[in-house]
Design a protein around this ligand. Structure first.
Ligand code: NOJ
Length: 487
């Protein structure tokens, strides 16, 4: 209660200070007929100085070059080549061919004016067998990408594992030794890249490469195992993260910032009153128990242990010390949320069902609820007080149509992004330590089981020619970055 009051007070002061301190660059208004110039117009939507803007991608989704430079197969190569697993049988064999076109992709980033780029490294490009002998040609590719980014003043934020697990690792995430292999891989990358890369993320969305891959079977390797096995696999996932943090810190050549990119479930209070706000916080803690909560609290909380009963995973001595390794930042991929109310249930909250009329984006899973970006930050910060947070992904598919003159007017994507970023702004001016935002994605790419049927990029990719075209959303994002302000 006291904390709550202090925080609100701090937020008010911070918001006032941020607004008072905002200075707007002196562009003249265009042909809008608006009175005055932008110099004397304070939109109140300026971000703090030094806020980092970026775009995000992942190796398997953009690189292609699946068999080049000594790369070994990942579980996604095997899965996507198995009939019936992805839309239309699409694979990442070629994807956006960023393996060859990376310089062009850096030019796209440069043109947007981003300060940062979130990319991932393909583990089987570095260790074709998952462990053992590293592949120098694989590392060379990332050396070239990192150098090209730095030459253009773009800071790489590197994710070590964005789902492309080396297929050669026996049992995949069912085996504890995969967590240990991940730690060796993380150590190697830290030794090789930390002279130039200063921000590392261990894993991306642990629930996706555990639950979706081994419980639901919709992601590689496509298994539907009993829940007891799934709980063990989740444990290996969070253990890999923890061992990875330790390995990066122990092997980095200089100071680096280490975090991860989670997709913590977001809960928005049905109304902003204290009881519902507290319910949203409780829901955040309980519903993320196997993942972010375990990392932040160094244990499986009672609610989780109670729900899994005798299927509890085997936890070895020292596991939680690694899992709870202090982080420099928490990254969260934010797309969707649930609304919650306070309730007299044992957990103290109730998740509201979606009315069938609730609006959605051009997606089977993305509802229109932009305030999730604010609550994603606030719930995590109020619960666990991380040193810093980043939105490591946010974006949406839309039914993009490339016109004959090379334009894509993706108004719905701009609407989605603008509203989410306005909510990130709210968190920033209230004093939450949100330091940057990565838009998913720089360009259309291989959207996992949806293949190429779903386009999430702000650059349109013509998959026949591999030519990239900036969409309206790219022009919009460029303007926002230039002004450091919601536009
Ligand atoms: C989250 C994942 O990290 C990314 O790989 C995926 O493409 C986006 N969500 C959009 O679904």
């Amino acid at each position: 209660m006291k904390d709550f009051t202090r925080r609100r007070f701090g937020q008010t002061v911070a918001a006032a200070a941020a607004l008072a301190g905002s200075s707007i660059p002196g562009f003249a208004f265009g042909q809008t007929g608006a009175a005055g110039s932008e110099a004397d117009h304070d939109s109140g939507r300026k971000f703090p100085d030094g806020f980092l803007w970026g775009c995000a991608t992942a190796a398997y989704q953009i690189e292609g070059g699946a068999k080049e430079g000594g790369r070994g197969p990942s579980v996604w190569d095997v899965f996507s080549h198995t009939p019936g697993k992805t839309h239309n049988g699409d694979t990442g064999d070629v994807a956006d061919d960023s393996y060859h076109l990376y310089k062009e992709d850096v030019r796209l980033l440069k043109n947007l004016g981003v300060q940062t780029y979130r990319m991932s490294i393909s583990w089987p490009r570095i260790f074709p067998e998952g462990k053992g002998q590293p592949n120098p040609a694989g590392l060379d590719y990332y050396n070239r990408v990192v150098d090209e980014l730095l030459a253009n003043n773009i800071a790489p934020f590197v994710t070590l594992f964005h789902w492309d697990l080396p297929a050669a690792l026996p049992g995949g995430w069912q085996s504890r030794s995969t967590s240990l292999a991940f730690s060796d891989y993380a150590a190697y990358i830290a030794r090789q890249l930390s002279d130039r890369v200063k921000h590392f993320m261990t894993t991306n969305e642990i629930a996706c490469f555990t639950d979706l891959a081994y419980r639901d079977g919709s992601f590689a390797p496509g298994l539907k195992l009993p829940l007891k096995d799934v709980y063990q696999i989740r444990h290996h996932g969070i253990l890999a993260h923890g061992l990875g943090v330790q390995a990066i810190r122990a092997n980095a050549k200089g100071p680096v910032q280490v975090g991860l990119a989670e997709n913590a479930q977001v809960f928005v209070p049905v109304m902003e009153t204290e009881e519902h706000i507290r319910a949203a916080q409780r829901a955040t803690r309980v519903m993320n128990a196997p993942f972010l909560t375990a990392l932040m609290e160094g244990k499986y909380i009672d609610e989780y242990l109670h729900s899994i009963g005798s299927d509890e995973p085997r936890v070895e001595a020292g596991d939680f010390a690694a899992i709870a390794s202090p982080l420099d930042f928490v990254g969260d991929n934010v797309y969707i949320c649930n609304y919650v109310s306070a309730a007299g249930t044992p957990t103290g909250f109730e998740i509201e069902p979606w009315p069938s009329s609730y609006p959605r984006m051009y997606s089977r899973w993305i509802t229109i609820s932009p305030e999730c970006a604010y609550w994603a930050i606030r719930n995590v910060c109020d619960l666990w007080h991380p040193k810093a947070m980043f939105i490591t992904e946010n974006g949406t598919p839309s039914a993009d149509v490339l016109t004959a003159d090379g334009r894509v007017a993706d108004l719905d994507r701009v609407m989605y992004l603008r509203n989410h970023i306005a909510n990130v702004h709210r968190a920033a001016v209230e004093g939450y330590p949100i330091k940057g935002y990565f838009l998913w994605s720089l360009m259309d790419n291989f959207e996992w089981d949806d293949g190429y049927s779903t386009r999430c990029g702000i650059h349109y990719v013509d998959y026949k020619t591999l030519k990239r075209y900036p969409k309206l959303s790219a022009e919009w994002y460029r303007e926002l970055i230039k002004r450091n302000e919601v536009v």
